[in-house]
Design a protein. Structure first.
Length: 790
């Protein structure tokens, strides 16, 4: 051991002795610090706004909010009604629709309700234009009147595949909501609306048991986010604690050691969540998974310290002697692994989605908290607790690790090249991955919002859409026949696209007006060809509309633009982007420049976030990898070994995505974050293995073969324990009902398991190959164990 290393190791021993001397004060100080952080937890709150997934400067969010400032806001609740006899056009069912339409006006923050019953049907009589509800006093309708209503509804472009299907077996009521501008008030309003609507559903079902009622729309989407978060926190965290404790007890074979670990976990989690509260972080499904992840990661540091300590105690050391030696050999690796893990999670700040910034920052705080508590609070607590172990012949316990080491040494060349072949195969699978996100599928089947949305898409209409604001180039320009002709051409083209379910355009209203004012003659179902006549039609129609059903959702204030809403089928992200591009290309080619508009909507915002997120995370991963490699070069005091560490750090991630391409084939918003997250985690095994390997080489003067044996005998069990705990934690996270969390949990678990395999097989084989053919002695098991404790 060189003098610098001796001095460092001596300092750690002195530090540990100081901790032991002042153990009671250290424990109390640690708890006091945690309580200060804990006071911030009262500031934590769940957000109900789906817009939190987008940065304020996100161009797609800016575009959508600009559209909302021009027209009415598009927040809504969609009530989907399905009669069990599949007969929408019956007196009883139409009465139910009419009644529920009236009740829907009482939903908090409602400013508009659209349904089959209050659709503004246009007629003309001897007194002029008549605009009235399509269904009125349904209980008094005759069969002939019902048949006429059906004929109008199933043939009306504004209703077909939006409010009614061609089969006439399902219909909907769209409730437009104006949420408060204040974030906190908006969150409260979403909860109140969801509660009101669900109560309305219960009462409706009591009166009309023969009608099924489904709830969807973006207000219900917003409400589903905090519900999913709270469900995960209520179910996954208790399970996580139980599993972690069982595994820790099994690995440590010490109840008091497990208790000490539990305290570290609790203090680390409290510190992170409290800090999040003080920082003003709002909880979302991704950030709400932070306690589960912190709980998993916080165990690792404690496990390394405790397993080494218990091994030394089994070899005959006293508790304090074993603790000092364990701290001496684990201090630097634990610091490095914690820092690199934190760096990996901080890389999430390059994500396009702010909730992942919060997840990264909260977890990084938790990891660094776990580091402090593991090296400050844990040794103090352990020196207080009466931990006892039976002194045993430890050689028998380490036989399996040494046997594995000997097998790898014997077959290192085959193992190395076999691993390379597998890696090449899996990396070759990476181009198969496609970027795709579907915000309805963020939630598992069985979640109310997901099931009700799936029913809506399968049986009535799409819940994805694109909005185009088509400028007329002048005030009142929408009355220009040439402008209206272009809008109509665009709507007609859109309806020919296979992805389109419905197109809501003002031109259809003008056609109905023209037809009605010409005695219902079908030949006049066309746009008026005179500007003044168009203006008169529009004025007559607007004056005939009832309160709450104006045209503000389609026309801007000075009548210089109109909104075209395109309802889409259930599409992939790529298909949505493709349709958007084709529509914009059509406008560029066929419409005047002032009519051009980029398609925007909530759908488009989510469609583009995955690709932009992946680009940002790639930058974050590269920066994190550079920093982590630099840290390892400095800590390992070797450029060669620092660069060698790149392979076992990167290979598991590449292999995991290769397996994912075979198993799933799609990378969404969360799956794209896994490379950044796991980079810091997989480094842990590499650091601990290399640190022990180099300790054997430098301090004990062992050759590469013996150093591999030493590394396995000293850290092998701990690596298995931490990998088992980490994979168990993320497997439990994979059970989340929120897809972003479950995907992240699944892919991270795969990566952790692969990282252990790479560090146990590929890394030692690589080290032996790099060292070259040097004379190696093959010591007995006892010799290695004696060296280990030296």
């Amino acid at each position: 051991m060189n003098s610098k290393n001796k001095q460092q190791q001596g300092s750690i021993a002195v530090y540990t002795k100081w901790i032991i001397k002042w153990r009671y004060l250290v424990v109390l100080a640690s708890i006091a610090v945690a309580l200060v952080f804990a006071s911030g937890m009262s500031r934590l709150a769940f957000t109900t706004d789906y817009r939190v997934f987008f940065a304020e400067t996100n161009p797609f969010l800016e575009s959508y909010e600009a559209l909302e400032k021009v027209y009415s806001k598009n927040d809504n609740v969609l009530l989907v009604l399905a009669p069990k006899d599949k007969q929408v056009f019956s007196k009883n069912f139409l009465s139910a629709v009419e009644e529920l339409t009236k009740e829907s006006w009482l939903i908090p923050n409602t400013y508009r309700v659209d349904s089959l019953s209050n659709f503004q049907h246009i007629l003309a009589d001897e007194e002029g234009l008549v605009v009235r509800d399509l269904v009125s006093n349904a209980e008094r309708l005759t069969p002939a009147q019902i048949e006429e209503i059906k004929k109008v509804a199933v043939n009306e472009p504004l209703l077909k595949n939006r409010m009614i299907t061609s089969k006439a077996d399902v219909t909907a009521i769209s409730v437009s909501i104006r949420l408060p501008e204040d974030d906190q008030a908006s969150q409260l309003a979403v909860g109140e609306i969801a509660t009101h609507v669900r109560n309305l559903k219960v009462e409706f079902k009591k009166k009309y048991p023969e009608i099924d009622l489904y709830l969807t729309g973006n207000v219900m989407l917003s409400n589903a986010f905090p519900e999913s978060s709270m469900n995960d926190m209520a179910t996954l965290i208790p399970i996580m604690y139980l599993v972690i404790l069982i595994i820790t007890v099994f690995m440590l074979r010490s109840f008091l050691g497990t208790l000490a670990t539990l305290f570290v976990i609790i203090l680390s989690t409290i510190t992170a969540m409290g800090a999040a509260g003080w920082m003003g972080i709002q909880l979302t499904p991704p950030s709400a998974s932070a306690p589960t992840i912190i709980l998993t990661l916080a165990v690792a540091d404690s496990i390394h310290v405790l397993i080494s300590m218990l091994q030394f105690m089994k070899n005959g050391s006293t508790r304090n002697e074993a603790l000092i030696e364990s701290m001496r050999i684990n201090f630097t690796p634990v610091v490095v692994t914690s820092v690199t893990t934190a760096v990996g999670f901080l890389g999430l700040n390059f994500s396009e989605a702010p909730p992942f910034h919060d997840l990264g920052n909260m977890t990084a705080i938790g990891v660094m908290g776990a580091l402090v508590y593991s090296l400050f609070f844990l040794p103090a607590l352990v020196s207080i607790l009466p931990i006892k172990v039976k002194v045993t012949a430890d050689a028998e316990k380490q036989t399996s690790m040494l046997n594995l080491a000997n097998w790898i040494i014997k077959h290192h060349s085959k193992i190395l090249w076999s691993t390379v072949a597998v890696v090449i195969f899996l990396v070759a699978m990476l181009p198969r991955l496609t970027l795709n996100d579907n915000f309805v599928e963020y939630f598992d089947k069985g979640v109310e919002f997901r099931d009700d949305s799936d029913f809506t898409v399968d049986n009535l209409t799409g819940i994805y859409d694109i909005h185009f604001s088509l400028g007329a180039g002048e005030s009142s320009g929408i009355n220009n026949p040439e402008y209206m002709k272009k809008v109509d051409d665009f709507a007609i083209w859109l309806r020919t696209q296979p992805e389109v379910v419905n197109v809501n355009a003002l031109t259809d209203t003008f056609k109905r007006l023209n037809k009605s004012l010409h005695d219902g003659d079908e030949q006049w179902y066309k746009l008026p060809d005179n500007r003044d006549l168009t203006a008169q039609y529009l004025l007559l129609y607007e004056m005939s509309l009832p309160l709450g059903l104006d045209l503000n959702n389609q026309i801007n204030v000075d009548k210089s633009s109109t909104r075209v809403v395109v309802t889409l089928d259930d599409l992939s992200t790529a298909e949505m982007k493709d349709l958007k591009q084709r529509a914009e290309d059509w406008l560029r080619k066929n419409a005047p420049e002032h009519m051009f508009s980029e398609g925007t909507s909530i759908t488009m915002m989510f469609s583009f976030i995955t690709s932009t997120n992946a680009k940002g995370l790639l930058i974050g991963t590269i920066i994190s990898l550079f920093f982590i490699t630099l840290v390892l070069i400095i800590v390992l005091r070797s450029f060669k070994y620092g660069m060698l560490s790149l392979l076992p750090n990167v290979i598991p991630i590449a292999m995991a995505y290769g397996i994912w391409s075979i198993v799933d084939g799609e990378v969404g918003l969360a799956a794209a974050t896994v490379a950044t997250i796991t980079l810091g985690i997989v480094v842990d095994d590499t650091v601990h293995f290399l640190a022990k390997y180099l300790r054997a080489r430098r301090e004990q003067g062992l050759g590469s073969h013996d150093a591999v044996r030493y590394a396995f005998s000293t850290v092998g069990k701990a690596l298995i324990a931490t990998s088992l705990i980490l994979s168990s934690g993320f497997i439990i996270l994979a059970q989340s009902t929120f897809k972003l969390n479950s995907q992240m949990g699944s892919l991270t678990t795969i990566t952790i398991v692969l990282a252990l395999a790479i560090d146990f097989l590929f890394l030692p084989a690589l080290l032996i190959k790099v060292e070259g053919k040097k004379a190696e002695k093959t010591p007995s098991t006892q010799t290695v164990l004696q060296t280990k404790s030296a």
